[in-house]
Design a protein. Structure first.
Length: 130
């Protein structure tokens, strides 16, 4: 789970039988000027985190080590997920809110969705059942 304002991605223990979560701990601590937002997890357990006010998605391995950054031509990246026929396409959403008129002119692609081909296979996300 990500807490944007605390600049952290938490890990939990998960009980498959009951659905209970426990043992919250910091998995990735971001800098004070980094604002992690939405994310997805790939088939290798790696994390792909959209960075609000960062104009990028950061890829981490399952241990939390930064692998690479993918620049996005919009200031506010909001989330990402894998898709495409081989699940190697990363789809990235962005926001044009709360940009001022001046900032919108500086970020003309804000609010659009983007995609990038990766060398990593994603995973199918489970549908929310309730």
């Amino acid at each position: 789970m990500i807490d944007t304002l605390r600049h952290v991605l938490y890990a939990y223990d998960y009980d498959l039988a009951t659905g209970d979560i426990s043992n919250r701990r910091i998995h990735i601590q971001f800098a004070e000027n980094e604002f992690p937002d939405g994310m997805t997890i790939d088939s290798e357990g790696g994390f792909w985190v959209a960075m609000w006010e960062g104009g990028k998605v950061i890829h981490f391995d399952k241990t939390g080590k930064r692998i690479k950054e993918i620049p996005v031509p919009a200031l506010h990246t909001t989330s990402c997920c894998f898709g495409g026929k081989d699940l190697k396409t990363l789809f990235i959403t962005t926001s044009k809110l709360p940009l001022s008129e001046k900032e919108r002119k500086e970020n003309p692609l804000a609010g659009r969705a983007f995609f990038v081909e990766t060398g990593t296979v994603g995973q199918i996300e489970p549908r929310f059942g309730g």
